[in-house]
Design a protein around this ligand. Structure first.
Ligand code: ADP
Ligand code: ASP
Ligand code: MG
Length: 413
């Protein structure tokens, strides 16, 4: 029997009524002849509440204990989901990350999946049961509970869909699909019918919280058709898929902002071979994820090295650079905690010019100063003052006509 994975995010299972509604959707899929594996997130804002509980007791809680705590949110929603299905006359079983041997590395709070044993899920599906898997969690080789990073239930779902050869992975959320930008920030954003894995990955990595970046990576690598859609209506959502030629006709497909960022600059580092390697080895050791690395030579003797990190890694990153500072002869360390990034993304950038000019022009017209600029083949990001980032997003959305469907935009936009 063909398998469909259906993932329900926090708002889609926030209370009994919403769990019942999600359960009905699962039943409909079962009645259409599919075996269904459900992945559920913690209910409503529960993960945030658990984090607040932890911080009340300890401002810097041990990460292992944090994962032990946070995994309980998903554990509650899967058992409640199974109970709802049982009450509707359907045989269901909930399973935690450890019960399906969702093996990860030991990077607590941002673990990466290494392998999944689907045997138990298959056995249960073969018995005609609906299997409800707790999202966001796994275990490391020592049976410690790990979590995959905020929003990580998407990754559980797509990884399971890949491992089980599912026909489709449906991501049920609280918006109708993937929009040109966050519709809660830019009201005129437009829903896309489809988006390429590469664009979605850049959007997710640079702030589009609608999908977890690792989920998109899994989708691309294992060819999983991902359908992002609204759990409270029947509208067709957005399909994340391989690139098709007409996608290149659109220069900018979407825009994002990322708020909780910090920028660290090591000023006046000795300009000799090996220093960049030493700095980033130290950060990697501290499990800090860095982006937007810029190294500039300021004289034959000295260079500046800067990079952007998530604010949640700031303490670890500060400790790491303090450790390496003397070894690379760094004159001073400069930290900006009020930084945010606005990015535009589109596979069409590979074949069109003038995107950078248009973006910088839009920011200039809005009187927004650009702190630093980084690019990939399909993305341009500008770091700006956090207080101005929403205004910056609006300016670029208007400039690239992200308030119109792609086919209605001026040519070359
Ligand atoms: P869930 O709990 O279902 O996983 P999330 O809050 O993680 O839901 O993701 C859905 C939210 O993502 C939306 O409510 C929306 O505000 C936000 N979002 C950010 N960027 C986008 C985008 N480009 N398209 C759609 N939603 C986006
Ligand atoms: N409950 C986790 C979070 O809030 C995981 C998820 O919802 O995907 O981040
Ligand atoms: Mg999410």
């Amino acid at each position: 029997m063909a398998i469909i994975v259906q993932k329900f995010g926090g708002t889609s299972v926030a209370n009994a009524e919403k769990i019942r509604r999600a359960a009905k959707r699962v039943i409909k899929t079962v009645e259409n002849g599919y075996s269904v594996v459900v992945v559920a997130s913690a209910r409503g804002q529960q993960t945030d509440e658990l984090i607040a509980d932890a911080l009340e007791l300890n401002p810097n809680p041990p990460k292992r204990e944090m994962d032990q705590l946070l995994s309980t949110g998903e554990q509650q929603s899967v058992s409640l989901f199974a109970m709802a299905l049982d009450a509707m006359g359907y045989d269901a079983i909930s399973l935690t990350g450890s019960q399906i041997r969702m093996m990860t590395d030991s990077a607590y709070t941002k673990a990466r999946i290494k392998s999944i044993d689907t045997k138990r899920i298959h056995e249960q599906l073969d018995k005609g049961r609906i299997v409800i898997v707790a999202g966001f969690q796994g275990i490391d080789e020592n049976e410690n509970i790990t979590t995959l990073g905020r929003g990580g239930s998407d990754t559980t779902a797509v990884a399971l869909a890949a491992a089980m050869g599912a026909e489709e992975c449906e991501i049920y959320t609280d918006v109708d699909g993937v929009y040109t930008t966050d519709p809660r920030i830019f009201k005129n954003a437009v829903k896309m019918d489809q988006i390429s894995y590469d664009e979605m990955l850049e959007m997710a990595s640079f702030g589009a919280g609608v999908m977890h970046p690792r989920a998109v990576e899994f989708g691309k690598k294992y060819d999983v058709k991902i359908h992002v859609r609204n759990s409270s209506n029947e509208t067709k959502g957005t399909i994340i898929t391989h690139e098709v030629p007409q996608m290149e006709g659109v220069v900018v497909s979407g825009a994002t902002i990322q708020k909780d960022m910090a920028k660290i600059s090591l000023v006046g580092v000795d300009n000799v071979p090996g220093n960049a390697a030493k700095i980033f080895a130290c950060l990697a050791n501290a499990k800090v994820v860095v982006s937007d690395i810029v190294q500039t030579e300021i004289s034959t003797e000295k260079a500046n090295v800067s990079f952007i990190i998530s604010i949640s890694d700031l303490t670890a990153a500060k400790e790491a650079v303090e450790q390496i500072k003397d070894e690379v002869n760094c004159e001073s360390i400069f930290i900006r905690e009020d930084i945010a990034e606005v990015s535009v993304i589109g596979v069409g950038m590979r074949t069109h010019y003038g995107v950078a000019e248009k973006m910088f022009g839009a920011l200039a017209n809005a009187q927004i100063n650009i702190d630093s600029i980084t690019t990939s083949e399909i993305r341009i990001s500008c770091a700006v003052d956090k207080k101005q980032v929403e205004k910056a997003l609006e300016a670029v959305c208007v400039a690239f006509e992200l308030d119109k469907p792609a086919q209605e935009r001026t040519k070359h936009n």
